[in-house]
Design a protein around this ligand. Sequence first.
Ligand code: 5AD
Ligand code: SF4
Length: 454
Amino acid sequence: MKKLYIKTYGCQMNVYDSARMADLLAPLGYAPVDVADDADMVILNTCHIREKAVEKVYSDLGRMKVLKAARGEANGKMLLAVAGCVAQAEGAEIMARQPAVDMVVGPQSYHRLPEMIARIAREGGVALQTDFATEDKFDSLPEARGVEGATAFLTVQEGCDKFCTFCVVPYTRGSEFSRPVAEIEAEARRLVEQGVREVTLLGQNVNAYAGAGPDGEATSLAKLIRRLARIDGLERLRYTTSHPRDMSDDLIAAHGEIGKLMPFLHLPVQSGSDRVLKAMNRGHTRDEYLEIVERARKARPDIAMASDFIVGFPGETDADFDATMDLVRSVGYAQAFSFKYSARPGTPAAAAVKQIPAEVKDARLQTLQALIAEQQDRFNRSCIGKTVPVLFDKPGRRAGQAVGRSPYLQAVHVEGAVPLIGTLHKVTIAALTANSLKGVLASSSIGAEKALAF
Ligand code: 5AD
Ligand code: SF4
């Protein structure tokens, strides 16, 4: 067997892509390992969304170069590949800056890895693939396998046509593409056969999903979820990340009607100021967002809201920032991610003249994060004493401990009579610890259809 080390940066879709790359390379004799030291092949599956993302990749490549040189070529050289969004954005520049790199492959062309490896073995040299051939990619990937645990990601949609002015995604992942329903159902069934009980449907704009159904017609995410919910043994469904503009009535209704669809909605708003939302080209107002939240809560009163925020977008005034704070107060989030705006080369906002000074961004981020932390704490505390279904997916750090997820995506750990991994149990939440909830098993395994009763 050859050793394959993959380092995954960034989002959940990269986690999914890394697993698919491992699937793809398994028939070539590559087995995944946890350290790069004596790997036969190293893939850095990169993310481009954050500041200094590119520099971090180059510094990791510097370390890989040392490992590659130490190994020499007696047992065949170490193959070094850069995949993901930095690969797409930087292209051949990567090889120019770090000659130890053998392959650069974008997120929509990694199905070509086997042929790139073969060509290098045959002819030497380097290989570069940065085409946007999303359809070809899914057609060429082998069946997903080697899944561990009770939860899995499943990419149903990729790319983005929204062009928010801060974001690199439309340039690195390409335009919106949805996989056909049948392909997704087959993948979900295979995951369930391997013991998966919870599937998170992934897409950069997952609720813009419009894949071909059995009749050839475009199918909405809500319809896809309804179909997947019929798979026996698949107990829970989630989806991420959604755009407010694509939050359709049928998707909101699905939250009230499908017990397997978890009551958690990650719906990034980015800002609470209409002026900033407009400059970001988000295509919705603050009130439209708040109305969606209200409708979602009407459909599923216990739905937990999550979001992403950017502070210090070019031109953001104190009043704009106050509007964001105010929006956070009126929604009340269970969880939220917040970031300082960072100019991404090639995006419209990067060229804006009114960039915000670093110290202003720092102060706003601190203020916002304090409020979010307070809300998260309040939400977690409100769960104490409640009994919720928990899907156990891994052993805890200490012996006799198991960790699972509540419907609201909170980590819950129990001690003592440790339940089987991959099973759902009612757990009464007893206390809060630093990063998770502590619970006590309430009874034997339950079915997800009962989850709505909580
Ligand atoms: N600067 C700061 N945050 C960004 N995000 C995306 N692009 C940028 C950027 N240029 C954030 C958004 C998005 C999340 C994945 O990352 O909040 O929802
Ligand atoms: Fe980026 Fe906006 Fe598309 Fe999200 S919706 S991926 S933030 S361009």
